[in-house]
Design a protein around this ligand. Structure first.
Ligand code: ATP
Ligand code: PYR
Ligand code: K
Ligand code: MG
Length: 580
């Protein structure tokens, strides 16, 4: 029979108040090993639900720890032995725990931001993940970006993750013979062709990457560029060439996505059979594995099988590197298999750009909300992407509607929001990033203060999927942190699982995630509310705590009296600690 032990420690830990509940690996409750003098409140524990019930009744102050005690007992450690970035550090020092941003930011890197200085400016501005889109640029170009990010992390202590986004084999235009864009005017006749040209592409001619294109389209079909940014109607087919008349004028961008529509429906002919991961994508993936990237975002996922296939490939090719696989939800097919896809993946992206070209636009908001909610249930990080601040490609301030869109994603508590063209080739990448940060900080604060969690009531949402003992511990810890108005949660995690579960509970305070490896630290950087630190730790929680408090305090990031809730992978325990 399981027995629960609650121990109140008073001597061995750097605490003035502490209590702990420990679950041993065999899932029976046992005494926590690091308290020397403790008061046991042993009791039978029929179910996990009793954990939170005992939490509030055992806070006992221990006034024996004076500043001199701490000065004498401080571990002899160099304050640099913890890896953190200066943005987090400065944020904590200046404004305290509550000020830190919870919603993470992914920035697409393009010609406007690929230089070291520009990348550093994004890092300082709060970029957590740098996304490289394999639709564009050469491998040499991408390699340079990855090298810059690695250098930023090594030299400046950032933990910026690199996400590679695959090209996929959906239909898209060629690269416009190297031109940055081309303007299509109303009534003009353009030729879409499967022929290839070198740099001498004839005027008003667009190459198409899909060989079956000229056979699949029919006269009268509508051809949509980028989901309708520019629109054509097919007037004539001549061998490999398809003549089209422009009906909605606009700017054509290199490699823009193409869809064709017949009688108001998206045409899925043989193109529906195109592989999700093309032969070019596999080469890109090999390149990414060799370069040590952190995430692979798979474009146009249709089923869970492709995710499983890629994950087993990564495991075989690179057993030591745990690259996370993100499913991009942007095709009609993915919506039919949403649950399985999310369960099979390590995270998902609501890729609203292409999604809005495949389903009616008015359905995109509800699909976004559904995906965000499912990811939270299944404990997978989720990114809301595309056109959040589209007008900032050209203008220094966003539209009011864009601010409302960002606010909605933050209110839904998505793990991350993403910049695309705004940071890749826009005129104001840093300003766009600053807008994301300012808006998300404001909405996060508002949500905490007003408990404005209406759509995502954790008790019903989180209980619908069983996350086992760890999940219950993390929910209880988050609840406790909210109730006690704790300043921070600390989690010691070797696999990242406990940290992700704490993030899933969306506590009011930030979560300091201590992990022993830099690669896990980078991956955790995508999760809502996690501040990942690299810190070697042992199986001895007492010494881990001593060490962490000393290091974090030496860096001026916490102060005496701060209330910290500590959760650990190692002991599956919750402790309440007042910083010495
Ligand atoms: N590496 C790059 N080199 C040149 N231009 C880029 C690069 N990355 C992005 N861009 C430009 O920024 C725009 C927006 O970037 P984004 O990655 O969202 O492209 P996208 O093609 O719309 O996305 P996706 O293919 O994933 O649906 C692109 O259309 C392209 O013009
Ligand atoms: C990001 C992306 O691929 C899209 O929105 O289509
Ligand atoms: K892509
Ligand atoms: Mg896309």
């Amino acid at each position: 029979m399981a027995t629960m032990t609650t121990s109140i420690t008073s001597q061995s830990l750097p605490l003035r108040f502490s209590f702990s509940i420990a679950l041993s690996q065999s899932h029976t409750f046992s005494a926590i090993p690091f308290s020397r003098r403790h008061l046991h409140l042993s009791r039978r524990a029929p179910s996990l639900s009793t954990i939170s019930a005992v939490q509030s009744d055992v806070l006992v102050p221990d006034e024996t720890k004076t500043p001199t005690f701490w000065a004498l007992n401080a571990p002899n450690l160099n304050a640099e032995a913890i890896e953190m970035d200066r943005v987090t550090e400065a944020e904590l020092k200046e404004n305290g725990f509550r000020s830190t941003h919870r919603t993470k930011i992914v920035c697409t890197i393009g010609p406007r931001t690929c230089g070291f200085e520009e990348l550093e400016a994004l890092a300082v501005g709060g970029m957590n993940v740098a996304r490289i889109n394999m639709c564009h640029g050469t491998l040499e170009w991408h390699q340079k970006v990855i090298e810059h990010v690695r250098r930023l992390n090594e030299e400046k202590g950032f933990a910026i993750a690199v996400m590679m986004d695959t090209e996929g084999s959906e239909i898209h235009m060629g690269d416009l013979g190297g031109a940055p864009s081309a303007k299509a005017e109303d009534g003009e006749i353009w030729t879409f062709t499967v022929r290839t040209f070198g740099l001498n592409c004839p005027e008003r001619t667009i190459t198409v990457n899909y060989d079956g294109f000229a056979e699949d389209v029919k006269v009268g079909d509508e051809l949509l560029v980028d989901g309708g940014m520019v629109r054509f109607v097919v007037t004539e087919k001549i061998g490999p060439d398809v003549r089209c008349c422009c009906t909605d004028p606009g700017l054509l961008l290199p490699r823009a996505n193409l869809t064709f529509w017949r009688n108001g429906s998206l045409v899925r002919e043989r193109n529906a059979m195109l592989p999700t991961i093309s032969s070019k994508d596999w080469l890109d993936i090999d390149f990414g594995i060799a370069e040590g990237i952190d995430f692979i975002a798979v474009s146009f996922v249709k089923s869970a099988e492709v995710i499983k296939h890629l994950k087993s490939y990564i495991a075989a090719r690179s057993p030591e590197r745990n690259i996370a696989v993100i499913a991009k939800i942007e095709s009609i097919d993915s919506l039919k298999n949403l649950d399985e896809i999310i369960i099979a993946s390590d995270g998902a992206m609501v890729a609203r750009g292409d999604l809005g070209a495949q389903i009616p636009l008015e359905q995109v908001p509800s699909v976004q909300e559904k995906i965000v909610q499912l990811c939270r249930q299944f404990n997978k990080p989720v990114i809301v992407a595309s056109q959040l601040l589209e007008s900032m490609i050209e203008y220094p301030i966003p539209t009011r509607a864009e601010v409302a869109d960002v606010s909605e994603a933050v209110r839904q508590q998505a793990d991350a929001v993403m910049l695309s063209g705004e940071s890749a080739m826009g005129q104001y990448p840093e300003k766009a990033l600053a807008v994301l940060r300012t808006v998300s900080l404001r909405i996060e604060k508002w949500s905490r203060e007003d408990k404005f969690h209406s759509t995502f009531e954790p008790s019903t949402l989180l209980s619908s999927v069983c996350t086992g003992i760890s999940g219950e511990i993390c929910n209880a810890a988050a609840k406790l942190a909210n109730k006690l108005k704790a300043d921070a949660l600390f989690v010691y995690t070797k696999t990242g699982h406990m940290a992700s579960l704490l993030s899933r509970s969306r506590p009011d305070c930030p979560v300091f995630a201590f992990t022993p490896t830099s690669s896990l630290r980078r991956r955790l950087n995508l999760h809502w509310g996690l501040m990942p630190f690299c810190l070697g730790f042992s199986d001895d929680m007492e010494s881990n705590l001593n060490r962490t408090f000393f290091l974090v305090k030496a860096r001026g990031m916490i102060k005496s009296g701060d209330l910290i809730i500590v959760v650990s992978d190692l002991l599956q325990s919750i402790q309440v600690i007042k910083a010495p």
